[in-house]
Design a protein around this ligand. Structure first.
Ligand code: SAM
Length: 217
């Protein structure tokens, strides 16, 4: 109990901990959403989900799923979804790597148009690189499951992490970079360019923001 509390309160959670081996039941898309045929976007490491609440309320013809490893944040977000009767937003608690690798989540990819990794935990020490969310094996899982034409968005204010994520994704031959200049945001999951919490912080503090878009080919 005390251990669980510590996991919930701490800012950084070790995703490789055995606490995250078991994953929660993932309901079908029609249980999650009012209209399960809408385009679906997945935000990995969504924290308290403010970004997704903003998106879901503005773009009512998209469905959104957030995955977050801090359980308390997911519990609170689920309560907020219920209280506000939001029908196009769902949160899943756990390590995104284990969740997307689990056979019970495979159906998510059927409607999935895009995935975002916004300001993932950097894990600066080399011995902790394996805790970073983007790993070659994880990319293989995603690339095998994603439909052709689906998109991955990455964003961070840590240059070294950006270079690591970019080289990991670019080494997977199923993904190609899309030039931001040629990208039509109006047709994406985020037509109004809503910012995440960390992004707002980075802008206020004039930090560089590194970002890239990839398409599954
Ligand atoms: C720095 S925060 C960024 C939050 C938000 N995306 C933003 O841009 O403001 C990174 C988030 O990713 C979550 N996280 C880290 N590793 C994860 C994993 N393996 N699976 C799911 N969530 C993870 C952390 O708990 C944290 O909430």
């Amino acid at each position: 109990m005390i251990n669980k509390l510590i996991i919930d309160m701490r800012q950084h959670v070790n995703p490789l901990s055995k606490n995250f081996k078991d994953i929660e039941r993932i309901p079908s898309l029609s249980e999650m959403f009012g209209n399960s045929t809408f385009n679906l976007h997945l935000d990995i490491g969504c924290a308290a989900g403010e970004f997704l609440f903003d998106l879901a309320l503005e773009n009512t013809n998209w469905n959104y799923i957030g995955i977050e490893i801090r359980e308390r944040l997911v519990k609170n977000a689920k309560i907020k979804v219920q209280e506000r009767e939001i029908k196009n937003l769902y949160f899943i608690f756990g390590n995104a790597n284990n969740i997307l690798n689990d056979v019970q989540s495979k159906f998510i990819f059927e409607n999935l148009k895009s995935i975002s990794f916004n300001f993932p935990d950097p894990w600066f020490k080399k011995k902790h690189y394996k805790r970073r969310i983007i790993q070659p094996d994880f990319l293989n899982i995603i690339s095998n499951a994603l439909q052709i034409g689906s998109l991955i968005f990455i964003k961070t204010d840590v240059k070294e992490l950006f270079e690591y994520m970019d080289s990991t994704i670019s080494s997977n031959l199923n993904f190609q970079t899309i030039d931001k200049k040629d990208f039509n945001y109006y047709e994406s999951f985020n037509p109004n360019l809503i910012k995440t919490n960390r992004e707002k912080y980075a802008i206020v503090n004039q930090l560089n923001i590194y970002e890239k878009i990839y398409i599954k080919i």
